[in-house]
Design a protein around this ligand. Sequence first.
Ligand code: S3P
Length: 441
Amino acid sequence: MSQTLKLNKKITTFNKKISIDGDKSLSIRWALLASQANGKSRAYKILRSEDVLSTLSCLKTLGIKVKMNKEYCEIIGKGLNGYKYKNNLILNAGNSGTLGRLLLGLLVHANKKIKLIGDESLSKRDFSRVTDPLNKFGATFFYKKKGNLPLSILGVSPSKPIKFNEKKGSAQCKSSVMFAALNTKGETLIKAKKSRDHTELLFKYLKIPIKIKKTKNFDYIKINGQKEFSSFDYTIPSDISSSAFFIVLTTLSKNSKLLIKNVNINPSRTGILMILKKMGARILLKNKKSYKGEKVADIFIESVKNLKAINCPSNLNSSAIDEFLLIFLVAAKAKGVSYFKDLSELNQKESPRLDWGSKILNMMGIKTKLTKNSIKIYGQPDLEIKKPIIIKDYLKDHRVFMMSTIAALTCGGQWKIHDKDSINTSFPSFLNIIKKISSKP
Ligand code: S3P
């Protein structure tokens, strides 16, 4: 099968109802926490993507029983510190920063040296952001190149609680330290710049001793470690970051409507909805519910004609962090000049996404002004793409592939998008859902 997706026409008007794959952040967190719980946990509607499968395979390597069938994923946890550390263990986090960083937090007690590896993209990413605080708990790290995979961790027992000032707004850093605190006697204190709070909500649900004080820009988190917790079942709601591709597809298409069922609308993840609404998008949340501390709703979207540019407030950055490629695409079709700032973290993702966003818009004929941490986008509501576009050598960043697909389907032009299989990282049914939406009613 060809690995290149060829597209040469816009999607036609649609009016559909769809379901999207399970949330990636919640699927990985469920699996890691279930592995530390006592007994049998089950997850329904878990995301079956490579990042989650890498998580399950790392847990198996650590001696945890994992069963996957059509209906659910089952993990038999052996309590805190229940992993089995054989000699010369190698764990492969694949493409997943979340898995690599959160798992290191759980390994601060490993009594043998364990090697962590990842794919080409993950091996370029910064790990010192978690190894520095985990080192303060007492773990030792061994590298070829400081801060990068492959690295080895040798844990310590007992570990010491730490004070950690998380300044990047990275949920992965915050959660890594929270996971290390789980089995550390005493009080770990974290001052964290706002970021997604799934780990906090799961800790609360599991009655792990956690106290949180929220201020405008920071959360103050206290965790008292070494309390065992029971196994738990969880039905994973749909991923808003995956839904975002279809929110933008509908917004930018002609006379179309879409209903996406049962999406996680945790406020620390819904920046895309706020930003698009400010730009004039028509998005409605229906059927709002709470589920084990998380919020869930159906999202209804209608296309709009007159989108306007935005000067995006940077306090929305963290809640939209995985959606900026798509937001840049909307800015490309909006009237006026949009401005996005304080976005240096975007270049720390699976590929340098701030740079890629600008590059793709330029290929489409959109003018941008790019700095290390900001971008100005000169929108063209009546954009006609003149030159053929080839998207390749982008480190197989799943979100680059999917954003390019949405750009092709909404802006037209002749596109060749390489490395189709990149979707398997986070959203294996992406192209099938596109087919479903494109098919006649
Ligand atoms: C994630 C946090 C974000 C996000 C990533 C998933 C998580 O990364 O970009 O896709 O599940 O904690 P940072 O925490 O590094 O910003």
